[in-house]
Write a protein that binds this ligand. Structure first.
Ligand code: PLP
Length: 392
């Protein structure tokens, strides 16, 4: 069926399995570990990755395939592969593309678990990693020769710096080096890294894609069949497939990703504007603000500036602790991208293991608060933030 090209139309209809024999409107949860084999149907439903009927859920499952097709459509890639978590997607992609003796090149400002995977875990498998800063990557101040891949995050946690995917994407293409991009913070609504030449796009589906803080899931997207086969082979072998119910919940969430992220972009902009005028706020990081050093890059590579805002409150660490304890609307909790606003203190959570001077060099001051905007009304969040700031 031709559903039209609009993002929200694809979000609702792409990948859906509607079987006329049942007349179902919503893709069912195929909560089955195994499938009849051989399948004697004259017209069996097939696992598109193999062109054969489904066999075993670790290899493929109709509900998960439906999610993968919906995701692929929204991220403008040919193939999507779903995993049991974002980290499963990231580790499987790297293991799929690298062998013993390879070295990879990555930016330093990574999600913490990805950083430790690259800096220590990969070494046990004979794969090395060198790090550069995002600004070095953006200014192409690195030599790509000899690396098996370049790894970027397209919006950096928690400073919300933005990767220049247009520049790095064409540089990697010219140099024949695969570019892997974790675009979790942007979400497929705000950015499709494959359009800039990314070979593999990665998402923690736990965040904007599922969008309700009730699913743990990962996704990898790509256009190249060989890369798809290699990453798919890792998933089959090591087994980090999502449970079909998780796939169903993620696909259900994805139907509204356009509505949610559109609103989250707006709420974040409202908060960033309010915070940047507040006398108890030292600094605001948001790529949508014209004064952000990453605004021009963001304008090139993002359709929306995202739902994450971070800001430094007066009074350093004790100010930030007091501020967070006084908030009434958002929960203090890790993760992001859900319909409910969440707030964290990076120096006490995601970046606690980094020495203070290194943290400062990365722009992460003690009083920095990270705010994941939900879909609440901006004014309610602003009132809540304002009254918490007034106590500092
Ligand atoms: C940017 C980014 N990438 C990857 C991950 C890992 O995803 P998951 O927790 O689904 O394994 C996270 C988790 O917070 C993240 O923020």
């Amino acid at each position: 069926m031709d559903h039209g090209d609009g993002f929200n139309t694809r979000a609702v209809h792409a990948g859906e399995i509607m079987d006329e024999r049942f007349g179902n409107v919503v893709t069912p949860v195929f909560e089955t570990a195994t499938f009849m084999s051989p399948n004697r149907s004259a017209d069996p439903y097939v696992d598109t990755s193999r062109g054969e009927p489904f066999l075993y859920t670790r290899w493929g499952n109709p509900t998960t395939q439906s999610l993968e097709s919906k995701y692929a459509s929204l991220d403008s890639v040919k193939y999507g592969i779903a995993f049991s978590s974002g980290m499963a997607a990231i580790s499987s992609a790297v293991f799929g593309l690298c062998s013993r003796g390879d070295r990879i090149l990555s930016i330093n400002e990574l999600y913490g678990q990805t950083h430790s995977f690259f800096s220590s875990y990969l070494q046990r498998f004979g794969i090395g990693c060198d790090f550069i800063s995002l600004d070095q990557a953006n200014s192409l101040s690195f030599n790509p020769r000899g690396y098996a891949l370049l790894y970027l995050e397209s919006i950096i946690n928690p400073t919300l710096k933005v990767a220049d995917l247009e520049r790095t994407g064409s540089f990697c293409r010219e140099n024949g080096i695969p570019l892997l991009v974790d675009a979790t913070f942007a979400s497929p609504y705000n950015q499709n890294p494959s359009a800039f030449g990314a070979s593999v796009v990665l998402h923690s589906g736990t965040k904007y894609i599922s969008g309700h803080s009730d699913v743990t899931l990962g996704l990898a997207g790509m256009n190249n069949r060989d890369i798809f086969d290699r990453i798919q082979a890792v998933r089959r072998t090591t087994g980090p497939v999502p449970d079909p119910l998780q796939s169903y919940l993620a696909a259900r969430g994805m139907k509204t990703i356009g509505l949610r992220v559109e609103k989250q972009n707006r709420v974040a902009m409202d908060l960033a504007r309010f915070l940047s005028q507040h006398r108890k706020v030292v600094r605001v990081h948001y790529p949508g603000l014209k004064e952000s050093p990453y605004h021009e890059i963001a304008r090139k590579v993002l359709r929306g500036y995202g739902g994450m805002v971070s800001f430094e409150v007066a009074g350093g660490l004790s100010g930030a602790r007091k501020f967070m304890a006084s908030l009434k609307v958002p929960a203090v909790a890790a993760s992001l991208g859900g319909v409910e606003s969440l707030v964290t203190l990076p120096v006490e959570t995601s970046h606690s293991s980094i020495p203070p001077d290194e943290r400062k060099a990365m722009g992460i001051e003690d009083g920095l608060v990270r705010f994941s905007c939900g879909i609440e009304d901006s004014q309610d969040l602003i009132d809540d933030i304002d009254s918490a700031l007034s106590l500092l």
